[in-house]
Design a binder for this molecule. Sequence first.
Ligand code: SF4
Length: 363
Amino acid sequence: MGIPKFLNIWGTHQFWVGFFQSLGVGRIVFSSDTSEEQYREYGKGRITMDSCFPVKALAGHMGELLHKDINLLFVPMIYSLPSFLKGHVVDTLSCTRVMMSVENIKAGFLREKNEFEERGIAFVSPFVPFAEPELLPKYLWESLKEHIPGLTLEETAKAVKEGFRALEDFERKMREKSLEIIRWCVKNNRPAILVLARPYHMDPGIGHDIDGEFQQYGFPVLWYNYLPLDDWLLEWLFGEEIRAGIIRSYFDISDVWTSSYSSNTNEIIWGAKFSARFPWITGVIRLSSYECGMDQPTFTPVQKIVESSGTLFFKFGELDETKPAGSVKIRVETIVYYLEKYSQDIIKKKLSRLGAVPSQLLV
Ligand code: SF4
């Protein structure tokens, strides 16, 4: 079983591992991180016109897997995403271009000849609405039953549960790790950086490893989608605003964002709110890909939310396939200068707006 490690797989991979392990599918092979070589060797000539590099890169991932020892290529069309934002956000839709990219790229492998058939590899691309988990067993069973002999709907339903359990376990561990990092920052009075991006910017070939550059300077880097969500912490940061009637819950973003329909966008906005309140996050790094239609409307609100709190904001927009290694290094050096110069003042200022630091942070 091959799964291309692309786009929304970055936020849902543990679901798929848990799901297929429960079904007893032998070996899961993920494609490598995105790279120029992967794209050139396996993807070029198979893409339709698309300015969005994260979408184009899928061709390289699928092409690479066609050269591996697999007999099933599984590329889900993810319509909606699971999200930690519960309650006062409207929906969890994924970018439509991301969802439809599977069909577009698939066409590139059928244009001259059926490359899947030629290599004896079945291609499966089910419609996946994570926001309606009750529909998942049916959709997944219908697309997989002819490729996994004897597969029943009940087994698929059980596997879906296992998938969610694996995803929740993974996210819990990641949030625990983030809390550990945050506690280290508090104990040592050291600043951290928060990245606001799409989960697929964690792929070094899409996000150009910009987050890694900061770690080399000794700055812990947190990602918004794995921030700790413990009640005592969110109460410290948001409790007052709930009591003042500004927001209705810790996860309410309606005070700053009225177009709540996309999962990643909502989470990015919430991450900006978290960073504006949490004292030891003194810098926010925004990553976005070239011509990202989903990100465009969020640029100004996110920057305003972050900067209005005194937190430093830096944007690396228009990331595409060209490797900007040299210019990234220079920008990172400049940003590090600002972080080192202003972080202690920012921490103090932000602390003065909050109540006493919760004891759970001081352990
Ligand atoms: S870069 Fe933006 S528009 Fe392009 S696929 Fe990603 S989310 Fe969608």
